[in-house]
Write a protein that binds this ligand. Structure first.
Ligand SMILES: Cc1cc2nc3c(=O)[nH]c(=O)nc-3n(C[C@H](O)[C@H](O)[C@H](O)COP(=O)(O)O)c2cc1C
Length: 356
């Protein structure tokens, strides 16, 4: 038995293998109402057919101004929740499990999807004023408004309401997006958070909003569902957020009720100097995994079954995530099983004669 195809259990979720699909924005809400439709249904169901253990649905905004683009998905109202429920049902009917990434884009909201342009969408063209920890702009984007202390309770409640809606919609796992330079990462990093109140300054203060959100979500959803946090373990900038900060805050998140850490990197600033290559973020997942008593997921340029299995065999990382390689081939898990000589019993029976 390979490790890649060994099930893993976190709280009441067991996934059939350790190949998870990471959140990937689809910018598919053409009516700009945050309501997912047929694209999401087909897209996520294809990963279930393809054999993934768990799919984490794309960054889904907890409020209208939390969307990265006007085309992004949301889960702040009934219509959006019901639309997600159809996606969840379809994934379940096809043998898969599905989580959702709850997100607020902060100063990186109100931007163009790759194919509609670049930079911020002007307010006159359907964009909106963005908010952040401080009023420092992401290079090339409109400047945000610094959130007032009294507004932070509202942000927390938006995450909690979205979490409750996600549970009602039937999702199997919730993930808080604290990575890639979005709102919670903007609070964590000293480069984007220059606040002088209890949400700025020390590491404890910068992590306060995230930790309070973890506590509030866990209180709202009870003990059954796993709660993950995605971090950018480093800003790849001198003086920025680091892997040591990530490990410390991840421990606080465990105490607050989080179960698993999904370790990515970067996205806070264009000043980042990333060293990219196969599995380039795996050492960061290992760093966190060695220091925190909770499972960790590695992601980033993991493209073959052999590579994925070798990452797990080191015994530190618990789950591998396959993003772009699975976009190109939703049957990646079935192909990886063949590559590793692993028998699996979830090739869809209607595809038993397929050539993978
Ligand atoms: C089209 C696309 C959309 C993405 N959207 C998100 C997102 O919504 N949330 C997130 O945390 N990461 C997002 N990412 C990053 C992926 O989750 C993943 O971390 C990244 O693609 C690296 O993994 P890979 O090399 O296997 O693709 C996105 C990546 C792609 C390619």
């Amino acid at each position: 038995m390979t490790l890649l195809f060994e099930p893993i259990t976190v709280r009441n979720l067991t996934t059939r293998n350790r190949i998870w699909i990471p959140p990937m924005c689809q910018y598919s809400c053409d009516e700009q109402d945050g309501v997912v439709g047929n694209w999401a249904l087909v897209h996520y169901t294809s990963f279930a057919k393809g054999g993934a253990g768990l799919i984490i649905a794309e960054a889904t905004a907890v409020s209208p101004i939390g969307r990265i683009t006007p085309l992004c998905a949301g889960i702040w109202n009934d219509e959006q929740q019901i639309a997600w429920e159809a996606v969840v049902d379809s994934v379940h009917l096809n043998g898969g499990k599905i989580g959702i990434q709850l997100a607020h884009a902060g100063r990186k909201a109100s931007t163009h999807a790759g194919w509609t342009g670049s930079g911020s969408v002007a307010i006159a063209e359907g964009g909106w004023e963005t908010v952040s920890a401080s009023d420092i702009a992401f290079e090339g984007y409109a400047a945000p408004r610094a959130l007032a202390l009294e507004e932070l309770e509202g942000i927390k409640s938006e995450f909690v309401e979205a979490a409750k809606r996600s549970v009602t919609a039937g999702f199997d796992l919730l993930e808080i997006h604290a990575a890639h330079g979005y709102l919670l990462h903007q609070f964590l990093s000293p480069l984007s958070n220059t606040r002088t109140d209890i949400y700025g300054g020390s590491l404890e203060n910068r992590a306060r909003l995230l930790v309070e959100i973890v506590i509030a979500i866990r209180a709202a959803i009870g003990d059954d569902l796993p709660l993950a946090v995605r971090f950018s373990a480093t800003d790849w900038i001198e003086g920025g957020w680091t892997e040591a900060d990530t490990a410390t805050v991840a421990k606080w998140c465990v105490d607050a009720g989080a179960d698993l850490f999904d370790i990515s990197t970067a996205g806070l600033s264009t000043a980042q100097k990333i060293v990219v290559g196969p599995g380039f973020q795996v050492p960061y997942a290992e760093f966190v995994g060695e220091k925190v008593d909770a499972p960790v997921a590695a992601v980033g340029m993991i493209t073959t079954g052999t590579q994925a299995e070798a990452i797990l065999q080191k015994g530190i990382v618990d789950v591998v995530m396959i993003g772009r390689a699975a976009l190109g081939d939703p049957f990646w898990p079935i192909r990886a099983a063949q590559e590793l000589g692993q028998a699996i019993d979830y090739v869809p029976k209607r595809y038993l004669r397929a050539i993978f």
